[in-house]
Ligand binder design. Sequence first.
Ligand SMILES: Nc1ncnc2c1ncn2[C@@H]1O[C@H](COP(=O)(O)OP(=O)(O)O)[C@@H](O)[C@H]1O
Ligand SMILES: [Mg+2]
Length: 276
Amino acid sequence: MKKIGAGRQAEVYEDDGLAVKLYNSSVPIKHVEYEAYISEKVAQSCLKAPRFYGICNHDNRSGLKFELIQGEMLSARMSRKILHIKRYAKEIGILHREIHKNSITTLQSANDKFEWRLRQYKNLDTDVLNSLLEFIKTSYTQSLCHGDLHPDNIMIDKNDDMRVVDWVDAYRGNPLSDVARTYYLLDHGVSPEKKSCIVRFIESIAKKIIAKDYLHSYFENQLIPKKEFDMWQLIIQICRCTDGIEEENEYLQKSIPTRINRLMSSIKRSKVYEHN
Ligand SMILES: Nc1ncnc2c1ncn2[C@@H]1O[C@H](COP(=O)(O)OP(=O)(O)O)[C@@H](O)[C@H]1O
Ligand SMILES: [Mg+2]
């Protein structure tokens, strides 16, 4: 079998015209079954996802069989074609809008997903937690959300179309939550590869441009619902913090308290306004 990709918990091989995602033996079978369930449901409702062909076993490793997408990862393409990054950023925005047009009832809801994650974060006082949970509840919709859309999970196929892999974090919810996560990953997500300071610096400028162009393209250059988007950014950053990614910690430790203070002041202001 020829290796065609790798992630944190699995390697992906080409085998007999299919893509086979083989998990490290430390990954519990429950996790593999959960990804199988999601992959099947998503493939039924979204043409951007690869078709799913079931669970398999290879050399005592559990695996999932998918349609093989022949092409290149978007992250690789963007590094090769640095002059075209703005175009690709816009295409990610269009792709994401396309995904959100699907409505799905069979995946976990954003309410469950985010409530569980927010409760893992121990530095939230009860008022803030309750405001965030209330916000999540009232803004609930049933759109298909990928949950981890970034250029390593997007492939450019032979027809130059974008396809999307790795749906294990998918859920049903408000598209803005998913946009906030992608915006965060494009702007601040750090790959584990070691790079020099200068490369990191140039990358950080490119990332800002990509994130901004993605966002404007998603909203088709219309006004961005700033208040709601700010709330989702805070929620997404808190959830990201509980992932414990060391390279992003410094930024998150500064950004989260600032965002919480802003939220609390705006709640106080609206209470004074109501009182008057
Ligand atoms: N269906 C597929 N066809 C072709 N390549 C794939 C397919 N699924 C995954 N890959 C490749 O394998 C890599 C890792 O797969 P992914 O599902 O994202 O694993 P992880 O969950 O570990 O991130 C992807 O970035 C992509 O390059
Ligand atoms: Mg992946």
